[in-house]
Design a protein. Structure first.
Length: 261
């Protein structure tokens, strides 16, 4: 509420400002997402052009606590655009807000600090024509830099998490777990455990047949028997190997290993 209030107030004063923007998702990605959740028995109301955040929020409530919750949340996020900073006001789709900014965390975000400075100048009547012109020129650069820095920070955080997860699992080679298939590619299955650690079951370890990648249905399908592994399926895996330098964890499907034995 504070972020919305500040953004709207400063917008109507016509003061150069920094906004947090989340653009509407691409229609094609929403269409693909509709097809994906249909496999689980869910639907989104309305057309791809008129999708509303409330519909996505309703879906999240429907899947809460169910085995497909994590995977639907993941694919939904991949279907949406990434929020960014801009020097022009645009809507924030995820929050269904016409005006939004980052105002509440100046101790850890540079955009918030920039906004506090602008508000302070505004309150003290210090934004004359010269300062306004300077802000109009500088704010797009600040927005671009802040968005880029945010992506770098997110990447560093993700890599650190991956490293610690691999270190943790390197002490658990041979242990067995139950997990959900969180990703499917042409080279194998990604399986996420209850502790959020994710590993790869390489397609070469699926020795009970020849599997083809079905991209539209997020699945691997055996050519002869039509047996399939798809996103959301519950499987049992064993920790086969870890590579700390590459931040990789390899799993084996227990059912395939039993067949080999």
């Amino acid at each position: 509420a504070a972020n919305e209030t500040i953004a709207e107030y400063m917008y109507w004063t016509e003061t150069p400002f920094l906004y947090r923007v989340h653009e509407d998702p691409d229609e094609d990605k929403i269409e693909d997402f509709r097809k994906f959740i249909y496999n689980f028995g869910y639907k989104l109301k309305g057309s791809d052009e008129e999708i509303h955040p409330k519909q996505l929020q309703s879906l999240l409530k429907q899947v809460e606590g169910k085995k497909e919750e994590t995977v639907i949340n993941t694919i939904m996020l991949r279907s949406l655009k990434k929020a960014e900073y801009l020097a022009e006001r645009k809507t924030h789709f995820g929050l269904a807000s016409k005006f939004y900014t980052h105002f509440t965390s100046p101790i850890r975000r540079y955009p918030d600090l920039t906004i506090h400075r602008i508000i302070k100048w505004f309150i003290n009547n210090e934004i004359d024509a010269k300062k306004k012109s300077k802000l109009e020129k500088k704010l797009p650069q600040i927005a671009q830099h802040s968005s880029a820095a945010e992506r770098i920070a997110d990447g560093a955080e993700r890599e650190t998490d991956e490293l610690k997860m691999v270190e943790y699992m390197s002490k658990r080679i041979g242990e067995e777990y139950e997990g959900v298939i969180s990703g499917v590619t042409s080279f194998g299955l990604f399986v996420e455990l209850d502790n959020t650690i994710e590993g790869l079951v390489h397609i070469s370890t699926l020795t009970d047949g020849y599997y083809n990648y079905d991209e539209k249905n997020y699945s691997l399908v055996e050519e002869r028997t039509k047996k399939s592994y798809r996103i959301g399926d519950i499987v049992k895996v064993k920790v086969a190997n870890t590579n700390i330098s590459k931040r990789e964890i390899d799993f084996l499907l227990i059912e395939n290993e039993e067949k080999e034995e």
